[in-house]
Design a protein around this ligand. Structure first.
Ligand code: NAP
Length: 436
């Protein structure tokens, strides 16, 4: 019998559990730990609330939980309730699937001013992550700056500019919906330090900007490279750039029906966040690209006035004392998922914050192959019964998958009309909803 502990119940964690199930069937026991009483990680608190079809993948993770060889162990804080060395003494393999929950800092002056947020915090706020539910961004100003040219920047710009009606069918949490209903933001500038050919935005997500009820994207045609150069892009990127070209061609007459603007400012590298207490603007330096597509400052600077800044420039994992960490890449130091004998990592914790949800599937399958090669038929560790004994001794209030289903039922019951659920955003409330 193999005993495996997975830390983190997001996509990487669940694909690893699924792979272990497929590899060993009834000859494995997998415990998926999470610090929250609710599963699915980024599916619940990262994927945009108006992208419900993406969130549908959680049904697949649920079916992984339907067999006895995989169980969810929620509300357990690794490092506090139980340590990694303790887990390693109980399980043949411990897999860190902890993602990359921390914002990469922009490293510019003024980043700490009021109403400047990283995307982990801002996205966590509108998605109801208990850690960020009380973030309280001030949306009473008219202008926002979103820094970064990736899909998260698109999510944030879209959420900031949708009408309340456009959230029908989404699971945006009530506190964010109410704040957005009162929002006065009418201009969002998306700052990209490089150009249209270097964006990290995918076509479907970019295309959505053309169909917003009251907001319209704007691209300066002068920023677009010669159209012939698009031929050298890979097809997905060519499609994304095609969207930018169509945004640049939107006639002014069409814009007059759309009071909110999402403006792309390319070749614009943030140098400082300005303000005295509260943010009032971002100082930007115009950039030029070298032959390898790297940006360097031209010396020309200007200020984009704003009342809110959200940096969407990537994430990093949380280091764990005693576990080798690669600071520059913001992930655990590993060789094909191996960190130390018996300790592995997968997903963003292994490779950094890149790729889509589906990218984590091959990751999960490959780490299980590695574990299979390392542990053979298992090393005779106690596994589940060992953890259960320790949990009882420490009086841990473990939340099971069955408990989660009760929490989920309560969330569905309290959903506003047309919404799939109204999430609990407080750990104590989640635990209360589980009942006795
Ligand atoms: P990302 O795709 O890595 O994009 C980060 C962006 O920030 C890049 O444009 C990067 O520019 C820029 N940047 C980095 N450091 C900067 C700095 N100091 N100053 C200015 N700009 C800076 O990251 P992400 O948007 O956070 O997304 C993370 C992952 O989740 C991605 O794989 C993404 O596709 C995925 N995701 C997918 C969806 C979806 O499929 N619907 C939604 C959300 C997220 P450079 O290119 O110049 O470095």
């Amino acid at each position: 019998m193999r005993q495996i502990a997975i830390i983190g119940s997001g996509p990487a964690g669940y694909y690893t559990a699924e792979a272990a199930q497929k590899q060993w069937g009834d000859d494995v026991r997998v415990d998926i730990f999470d610090m929250l009483p609710v599963p699915y990680g980024l599916i619940r608190t990262g994927v945009a609330p108006d992208h419900q079809s993406i969130k549908g993948v959680s049904r697949r993770y649920e079916s992984t939980n339907s067999l006895d060889n995989v169980r969810f162990v929620g509300n357990v804080m690794i490092g506090e309730d139980i340590t990694i060395p303790e887990l390693m003494s109980l399980y043949d393999a411990v897999v860190l699937a902890t993602g990359a929950p921390n914002d990469k800092p922009a490293g510019i002056p003024g980043e700490g001013l009021d109403n400047v947020f990283g995307s982990a915090a801002f996205v966590g706020w509108y998605n109801g992550h208990p850690q960020f539910a009380k973030l309280g961004p001030d949306l009473s100003g008219r202008r926002a700056v979103v820094i970064g040219n990736g899909n998260v920047a698109l999510d944030v710009a879209r959420i900031l500019t949708k009408t309340p009606g456009e959230f029908t069918g989404s699971d945006i949490v009530a506190h964010a919906l109410h704040a957005l209903e009162k929002s006065r933001i009418e201009h969002v500038t998306i700052l990209g330090r490089r150009g249209p050919h270097q964006i990290a935005m995918t076509p479907k997500e970019l295309g959505e900007l053309a169909h917003l009820e009251r907001a319209c994207p704007r691209v300066d045609p002068a920023d677009l490279p010669d159209e012939q150069e698009d031929l050298f892009l890979e097809p997905g990127q060519r499609k994304s750039v095609g969207h930018l070209r169509s945004f640049a061609a939107i006639p002014e007459a069409f814009r007059s029906d759309k009071p909110v603007e999402i403006e792309f400012d390319f070749f614009a590298s943030p140098r400082a966040v300005l303000g005295d207490g509260q943010v009032t603007g971002v100082e930007v330096e115009r950039t030029a690209l070298d032959a390898d597509g790297r940006a360097s400052g031209t010396g020309e600077t200007y200020v984009v006035p704003c009342d809110l800044v959200v940096t969407c420039i990537g994430y990093k994992s949380s280091p764990i004392p005693g576990v080798p960490f690669e600071e520059s890449a913001g992930r655990f130091a590993n060789d094909e998922g191996r960190i130390l004998p018996g300790l592995y990592c997968v997903g963003w914790a292994r490779r950094g914050p890149s790729g889509t949800i589906g990218t984590n599937r091959p990751d999960g399958y490959s780490v299980v192959e590695t574990i299979a090669a390392d542990i053979g038929v298992g090393t005779g560790k106690l596994g589940r019964p060992g953890f259960d004994k320790l949990a009882e001794e420490r009086k841990l209030d473990v939340v099971t998958f069955r408990d989660w289903k009760k929490i989920e039922a309560e969330e569905e019951k309290r959903a506003r009309d047309g919404a799939p659920r109204e999430k609990f955003v407080d750990v104590a409330e989640m635990i209360k909803a589980r009942g006795d």
